[in-house]
Design a protein around this ligand. Sequence first.
Ligand code: SF4
Ligand code: SF4
Length: 440
Amino acid sequence: MELHFSKYTSCIEDSNELLLYHSLTGSLIRIIEEEKINHVRKLINKNSFADDGSEVIKTLKEQGFLFPSDIDETEIAKQLFIDRASCRDSLRLMIYVTNACNFRCVYCPQPHTEEYMDMKTIVDICEAIKKYAVANSTKTVIISWFGGEPLLNTEVIENAMESLSQFCSEHNIILLSGMTTNGYGLTDVVFERLIKLGVNEYQITLDGLSETHDRNRFTRDGKPTWERIWSNLIYMNNTEYKFSVSLRINVNKSNADSAKELIKLKKEKLDERFTLQIQPITNMGGMGNPNSEYCTESEAEDVRIDLYSLLGGMKDEGFRRISRILRPFGLMCNCAKIDYLIIKTDGTICKCELLIDDEHNCIGKIDNSELRLNLARLAQYVAPSFSNECQECKIFPLCYGLYCPHKKSLKYSCGLKHFDLTRNIKMLATGLIKKRQAEV
Ligand code: SF4
Ligand code: SF4
């Protein structure tokens, strides 16, 4: 049988090793034996070749890198997307309960207007969720509370969680809930109330140790915030509840060392319910401070490589985030999921979380306890690109042209020209190797 290498294969040669990565499956193989490297080199430059029964070909077939010559893997990639899009048994909502924030972080792109969701609107939203869930036989409802700072409007959150918990348990629906918060208001009392209502996934940001963090993230009247957030985290850590906290570290060149210290402190003081997420500080436009030290795309990659390989060496699973990026759909923005909607404080429904006031982004409204969607507008965000450029692209199965659905909806071309696949593959390989070494 004649075989060919999948066009979604990337081959990287570096100091006596060869890395093979396949974006259709997320497989990554590292070859260090010279003989095998030479064998792969010969095969990869051929349009097709016979199965010689060798160990190399056997492994490549098992890992999904090789296909029979009459199979077009583009069709497999497209079908993968179609299968995923047709699975609609969940509803994911990000609900903005306020635009206000008690922090004034130097790089924040959001305008902080004093808008709060009122009780009537959240009751209407909950009724709309219930109607939608019954009509669509929804199996899972996932709610992320967002702002501004969502803890400035906890009454609305508590009211909704009580109402939805009761409804979901009566209808055998799984309710999952999380929150993106600065962590300042997540005191013992507030955490105890929220966790009992089922809010058990948190994303909280610390930008290094106190001195560095407090330079970036201070209250609106200029006070430091690190000590209080850290003591809230320690309280959570000392409880027995089941929850997860993604500790996000926003990093640029000036706080990279402090970020490393924080990673060590986390390892010492917080258990495995807390994981780390590295986020390079890049200019996202909006209201960010023009004097902030934003990373260029390549500096952002450097920061990621440096810190994720440190995490790999410490057996921390945080670096595995990079492996999520390199799996099918891993580069698609959340907005590209058909069942993912953002609800603003006034009940307007939109898709993109960064451009919530852009008219193209407004795709519906909660109206009379119904989720009313403009399906034509929705399609601009969720339909993939099957253009020739995309189908022939090495990372088509990661992106499907939906890296930034907002730009796509405005007919921009490829939004991932900056994406450095080679560096990302190396970063994953480095993290995996260091993790393995640390386990030995
Ligand atoms: S949008 Fe760009 S990165 Fe994404 S599949 Fe198309 S060509 Fe590739
Ligand atoms: S649609 Fe584009 S701008 Fe909006 S959140 Fe997604 S990637 Fe960001």
